[in-house]
Design a protein around this ligand. Sequence first.
Ligand SMILES: Cc1cc2nc3c(=O)[nH]c(=O)nc-3n(C[C@H](O)[C@H](O)[C@H](O)COP(=O)(O)OP(=O)(O)OC[C@H]3O[C@@H](n4cnc5c(N)ncnc54)[C@H](O)[C@@H]3O)c2cc1C
Length: 373
Amino acid sequence: MSSAPATKRVAVIGGGILGVSTAVHLLREGASVILLTERGLASEASGRSLSWLNSAGERSTPYHQLRVAGVDRYRTLFASDPSREWLQFGGGLMWNAEGQRDTTEARHAYEKSIGYDSKLVAPAAIATVTPGIDADAVPENAIFNPGEGWVSLPDLIDFLMEEFHARGGELVLNAGKASVMVDDGRTTGVETSAGGTYPADAVLVACGAATPAVVEPLGVRIPNGSPVSMLVVTKQVQHDVAAVMNTPRAAVRPNPGGTFALDHDWYEERITEHADGSFSIPDEVVQELADEASKLIAGNPELKPATWKIGYKPIPGDGEPVLGELGQVPGCFVAFTHSGATLGLIAGELLAGEILTGRRHPMLATFRPGRFS
Ligand SMILES: Cc1cc2nc3c(=O)[nH]c(=O)nc-3n(C[C@H](O)[C@H](O)[C@H](O)COP(=O)(O)OP(=O)(O)OC[C@H]3O[C@@H](n4cnc5c(N)ncnc54)[C@H](O)[C@@H]3O)c2cc1C
């Protein structure tokens, strides 16, 4: 006589893209899922991300492969409805500062060598590959990567949450700081600072930059290299830009509603962290970033910052993703990574598979948290 396997109950801590994506993939595979998050959904990095979908430049081969698979999953989603304003594949355009022609050429040669779609373009030829750019801003040469795109993560999270609810997922907002419960060395569920307890067969910690702090009480050390960063969203402006731009003084992408999203790192030391954990930056620095972005856009339209959000950008200490089960605490999994926008869909898919089947996916082999033990 055989009996049907019991439904696995999984608790996910963290309402950013990694938590939400994994939760939805778990539900698709028939798990019972509860998602708990400290405040609202997309309240941290996923709510203030440039979200350039790419594997440009040079990195480890496994990381490149995972990112390419990440972009692939977005392409599948894109193909299901190319009219979505929050997910677009207009390519990526990058250039370096004057005097770095060789560096740009070397990056292009590397990208070609691994089969990554990469075109080296002179300023005068940029209009032939992508619209809306001020070619005068490009000092020497640029790289256009036609296969890249961007996503607005808050919109993607809303989209995934519709499926989450339709499939019967349970959501706990404003849970406060949740932690992993362990009994006899095995994960037993989640408890919140408000005293709520949620028994589960497995727990995923997807707390962004807070992930190392959440697993530390379990005796697990994950180095944290998360810097403070800022994302600016402009007011609506008329433009034809389709590509994500990565340039020496501004990174720029189109954003829903005819706005732009902007970021960079040159102003990091102008950000102040206050005793209550909030951040601030002088208004003139925000405007300076908008002015730098304006120089890149055909016609140099005046860009007016509408909102700017500051906080930690999740980056593990060694720069590589940390994905998988904790060796010290069976049943407890982590998802902590740089480029979590690019990896959001694929990481959720692979982690859900591991959580439910216990089978380790080969693409995650080098990203296990155990490498720090
Ligand atoms: C400025 C900026 C630019 C970026 N650019 C790109 C890019 O171009 N391409 C790219 O691929 N990626 C980019 N990223 C990275 C990407 O946005 C992040 O990796 C991704 O959003 C992280 O998602 P997450 O779910 O891991 O974490 P988060 O979005 O930070 O979510 C973590 C969640 O966990 C909750 N939480 C934390 N601790 C607890 C606790 N103890 N209990 C309960 N809940 C808790 C938080 O409240 C939050 O809701 C960028 C990020 C930033 C900030």
